[in-house]
Design a protein around this ligand. Structure first.
Ligand code: PMP
Ligand code: GLU
Length: 397
């Protein structure tokens, strides 16, 4: 047989997805698993959204539509961006996608020529570097630390820029660190981006999950609108992970290219899911804000439990719904079965195999010294996970 695509073979599968799939499979087999693995809110999709999609199906609204998606949904997205983010887009600048993940794919497909450098602050969401490599670009990482609240500075950004730099990916609030850039910090970064004539891919999927710092879109700063590809969606804010619906908001110059990609690659996201998204956009967001308030309580609970076990105060994640925990001091210790914990992968494997606790190794996000817990889970689950984590840590010698 002839060989398969070398380009596609060379990229890694998503570790967040594979651990989530494994945890769900083990659970279905009856194993006693507690998963704080994937970033997936535990609440049901709100009823008005479920009903809107059901109604659409009943009314036969199940046909092909334009590759950018239904115009009334795109208009509603444009209205949201104006009202909540102060950004003026026409419906023609909005492209509905199969989840925000596909909006990331579209953005990189539209920008990258071979050997273009794409700057990615680390820790980063698993998918960014692999998709950059898939399009023959070069991911260039900027390292952050818990001491810098996992944020990059304008100086770091300046130093990472070369003649080959095409774009910066900014995920604000950040998965996995929970870092949130303040409007002042965003302004300073935007000045470097504008001065160096770069594009910015701004992944804002966690925008509603800001607990202390006010959210601002980097597209709203001077000179940024025309160079920002905005990504957002409904998976997190409206508990619609399985619906696969998100969007790109685009400068007029880029919208036609992404529309073309969609027309050839997926045509458009599921039509009933678009009607569900329309109901979400028309709702008053009280559901989202209630969920945010609940997540804040859960964050504080999990953070205090894990801090207690590790005997140190953990960094405070100001956004998203992840606790990113430095655990390097445990590396080198030995499990009751005689295995050495050498990195975040061996630590997370040990917790899953011996205690049925699924969490994600920091290595997946480019920071091996840490592990990631999702706190988008019930208090009961968080307490059980904390108990298992404590047992796991205390059993190491
Ligand atoms: N961006 C980030 C930062 C994410 O954590 C996720 C997780 N799902 C996505 C994009 C993709 O979201 P979706 O489920 O809408 O594809
Ligand atoms: N984004 C979520 C996470 O980081 C879901 C899985 C994925 O798409 O990566 O866990």
């Amino acid at each position: 047989m002839k060989s398969l695509s070398l380009q596609t073979s060379s990229i890694a599968a998503s570790m967040t997805v594979s651990i989530d799939t494994l945890a769900k499979k083990l659970k279905a087999e009856g194993k006693d698993i507690v998963s704080l693995g994937a970033g997936e809110p535990d609440f049901k999709t709100p009823e008005i959204i479920r009903n809107a999609a059901k109604e659409a199906i009943e009314q036969g609204k199940t046909k092909y539509v334009a590759p950018t998606g239904l115009e009334e949904v795109r208009k509603a997205v444009a209205h949201k961006l104006q009202k909540e983010n102060g950004l003026s887009y026409s419906a023609n600048q909005i492209v509905l996608t199969s989840g925000a993940k596909q909006a990331v794919f579209n953005s990189l497909a539209a920008l990258i020529n071979p050997d273009d450098e794409i700057i990615i602050p680390a820790p980063y969401w698993v998918t960014y570097p692999e998709l950059v490599k898939w399009f023959k670009g070069i991911p260039v990482f900027i390292e952050t630390t818990p001491e810098s609240a996992f944020k990059i500075t304008p100086e770091q950004l300046k130093n990472a820029i070369t003649e080959k730099t095409k774009a910066v990916i900014l995920n604000n609030p950040c998965n996995p660190s929970g870092a949130v850039y303040s409007p002042k910090e965003l302004k300073a970064l935007s000045e470097v981006i504008v001065d160096n004539d770069l594009f910015c891919i701004s992944d804002e999927i966690y925008e509603h999950f800001c607990y202390e710092t006010e959210f601002a879109s980097i597209a709203s700063f001077a000179g940024m609108y025309e160079r920002t590809i905005l990504i957002n969606g409904f998976s997190k804010s409206h508990c619609m992970t399985g619906w696969r619906i998100g969007y790109n908001a685009l400068p007029e110059t880029i919208a036609p290219l992404i529309t073309k990609i969609q027309s050839q690659a997926i045509h458009h996201p599921s039509t009933p899911a678009q009607y569900g998204a329309l109901a979400a956009l028309k709702s008053d967001n009280s559901f989202v804000f209630n969920m945010r308030d609940t997540f804040k309580i859960r964050r504080d609970l999990l953070r205090s439990k894990i801090s207690e076990t590790l005997g140190k105060q953990l960094p405070n994640p100001e956004g998203a719904f992840y606790l990113f925990v430095p655990v390097q001091e445990l590396y080198g210790k030995v499990t009751p079965n005689g295995k050495v914990i050498s990195d975040s992968i061996s630590f997370c494997s040990y917790l899953l195999e011996s205690f049925g606790l699924a969490i994600i190794p920091g290595k997946a996000f480019g920071m091996d010294s840490c592990i990631r817990f999702s706190y988008a889970a019930s208090e009961e689950t968080l307490l059980e996970a904390s108990k298992r984590f404590e047992l796991g840590v205390k059993s190491l010698k």
